[in-house]
Design a protein around this ligand. Structure first.
Ligand SMILES: Cc1ncc(COP(=O)(O)O)c(C=O)c1O
Length: 388
C-alpha cells in the first residue's frame, strides 16, 4: 500500500514532527537499535494501556502480527477461517501461511463491514457438528475461526461476532490494523480478545513499518512473544523447541511509536474533522454518498471513502480518480475483493456481490492527519467541478 507522500496532495501520509525525530535520535544514542532494549517494552506497555488490554506484543509488521495471532489462536493446517471478503489481502494471505483456508464473507451494504447475517446462514445451513468440531459440509474441513477486518477505520458489529463465535465455538481473531482508536459501543477496537494492529506509514500512528498483537490472554501473549523472537527456549545456548520467526519490532521503530502514540488523540481529532468537512461539503452532490457510520460506532476515519453512482454523478469512481490525479490529488479505490483475486482463486465465497459493487463505486479521498483546510477545500472543489 502507498504510504509515502505521493503527490502534492497525498492520500494518507504520516505526520512526523520534531518530537518524533527527537525520540528516534534519543534511542539511537542509547545504542539499543535492534529488537532488545527498553524502547520496545515501553511501547508495548503504552500500547496495551491505550487499547485497554493486559498485553501487547510489538512486531515488525501488521502482517506478522496476524500470522502469529492465527498460530497462538490454534488455527491448524487444513482448518478454515471465515474472513472479510472486502479487505487488503494481508489477513487472507496469513491464513494460507499457516496452511489453513479462507472462506470469504461478503460485506454488508450499510457500513461495508463483514456481513454477520450471511455468515450465520452459512454456519447454520452449510456446516454441521462432527467429532466435537464444526465441519463445512462442502469442503469437509473444520471451521476453526473468524477473522473480521475493521475496514477503513470503522468497526465491525463486534457483539454479533462474539455471539456467533461463542455459539459455534470458533476463535475470534480481529484485524484492527485500519481501526486503531475507533470505538465500538464505547469500547476500543482491539480490546475484545485477540487483535492485530499495524503501524505502517499510512496508518493512524506509524513506526515506519510495524504492528502489534494485543490481548488480555497472558498465555497467548507469552506464546506470541516466544514465536516472534525466534522461539528461543534457551536464549544463551540457542535451544529451540519450535519454529519461530524474526518478527519482533526494532527499538528505533518502537521509539517512533511511543512518540506517535502520545499524539494519537490529536490524530483522531484531525481525522474526525476531515471526515466532517467532506461529509458536509460532498453530501449534497448528486451521485455522491458520504462514508457511512453506524450509530453504535465512533470510527477512526482512517481513510475517508465516498461512493459514486456513475449514472447520477456522470463519471465512474475510476474516471474521477484519474482526473483528480492529473490535478495532483491522490485518491484510491478500496482493495480488490478477495473473491476476485487470482491469489485466492478457488476460495469458497459466501456472497461477494455487495463487496464487488462497493469496490466498483468507492473512492478513498486524501485523509492525511496533516491535510490542511486549504488543500481539503481544493479536493472538494475539484471533485465538484468534475461532477454534474
Ligand atoms: C486490513 C489490513 N490488514 C493487514 C494489513 C497489514 O499490515 P502491514 O502493512 O503492517 O503488514 C493492512 C495494511 O497494511 C491492512 O489494511
Amino acid at each position: 500500500m502507498q504510504s509515502e507522500p505521493d503527490g502534492p496532495i497525498p492520500l494518507c501520509a504520516a505526520e512526523i514532527t520534531d518530537e518524533d525525530r527527537e525520540a528516534v535520535t534519543a534511542t539511537l544514542a542509547t545504542g539499543w537499535v535492534s529488537t532488545a532494549g527498553p524502547a520496545v517494552a515501553r511501547f508495548e506497555k503504552q500500547l496495551a494501556g491505550y487499547v485497554g488490554t493486559g498485553h501487547a506484543v510489538a512486531t515488525n509488521s501488521g502482517t506478522a502480527a496476524l500470522h502469529v495471532s492465527l498460530l497462538v489462536a490454534g488455527v491448524e493446517p487444513e482448518d478454515e477461517v471465515l474472513v472479510s471478503d472486502m479487505t487488503f489481502i494481508a489477513p487472507v494471505n496469513t491464513i494460507r501461511y499457516v496452511g489453513a483456508w479462507p472462506v470469504l464473507v461478503d460485506a454488508e451494504p450499510d457500513y461495508w463491514q463483514m456481513d454477520v447475517d450471511k455468515m450465520k446462514k452459512f454456519l447454520e445451513r452449510d456446516c454441521a457438528p462432527r467429532n466435537g468440531h464444526l465441519e463445512n459440509r462442502k469442503s469437509g474441513r473444520r471451521v476453526r475461526a473468524i477473522l473480521p477486518v475493521h475496514l477503513l477505520g470503522h468497526p465491525c458489529d463486534l457483539d454479533a461476532l462474539h455471539e456467533v463465535s461463542g455459539r459455534y465455538g470458533l476463535k475470534l481473531i480481529e484485524d484492527s490494523t485500519e481501526s486503531l482508536g475507533a470505538l465500538y459501543k464505547a469500547r476500543k477496537v482491539g480490546s475484545g480478545g485477540l487483535s492485530s494492529l499495524s503501524f505502517n506509514g499510512n496508518k493512524l500512528i506509524t513506526t515506519g513499518a510495524g504492528g502489534a498483537i494485543v490481548t488480555d490472554d497472558a498465555a497467548m501473549a507469552e506464546r506470541a512473544m516466544y514465536l516472534v523472537t525466534q522461539a528461543k527456549d534457551d536464549p544463551l545456548e540457542y535451544v529451540h523447541h519450535s519454529i519461530g520467526f524474526n518478527y519482533r519490532m526494532p527499538s528505533i521503530s518502537a521509539a517512533l511509536g511511543s512518540a506517535q502514540l502520545a499524539k494519537i488523540d490529536h490524530h483522531l481529532e484531525k481525522k474526525r474533522r476531515i471526515a466532517k468537512r467532506y461529509a458536509e461539503a460532498l453530501g449534497n452532490v448528486p451521485g455522491l454518498s458520504p462514508m457511512p457510520s453506524a450509530e453504535w460506532a465512533e470510527p477512526a476515519w482512517w481513510l475517508y471513502t465516498i461512493r459514486i453512482d456513475p449514472a447520477r454523478f456522470g463519471r465512474s469512481s475510476r474516471e474521477l480518480m484519474r482526473l483528480l490525479a492529473k490535478e495532483g490529488i491522490s485518491t484510491r479505490p478500496i482493495f480488490q475483493p478477495m473473491h476476485e483475486s487470482q491469489a485466492h482463486a478457488g476460495a469458497q465465497a459466501i456472497g461477494g456481490e455487495v463487496s464487488s459493487r462497493i469496490v466498483a463505486e468507492a473512492l478513498s479521498l486524501p485523509s492525511s492527519v496533516g491535510l490542511s483546510d486549504e488543500d481539503q477545500d481544493r479536493v472538494i472543489a475539484t471533485i465538484r467541478e468534475f461532477g454534474p
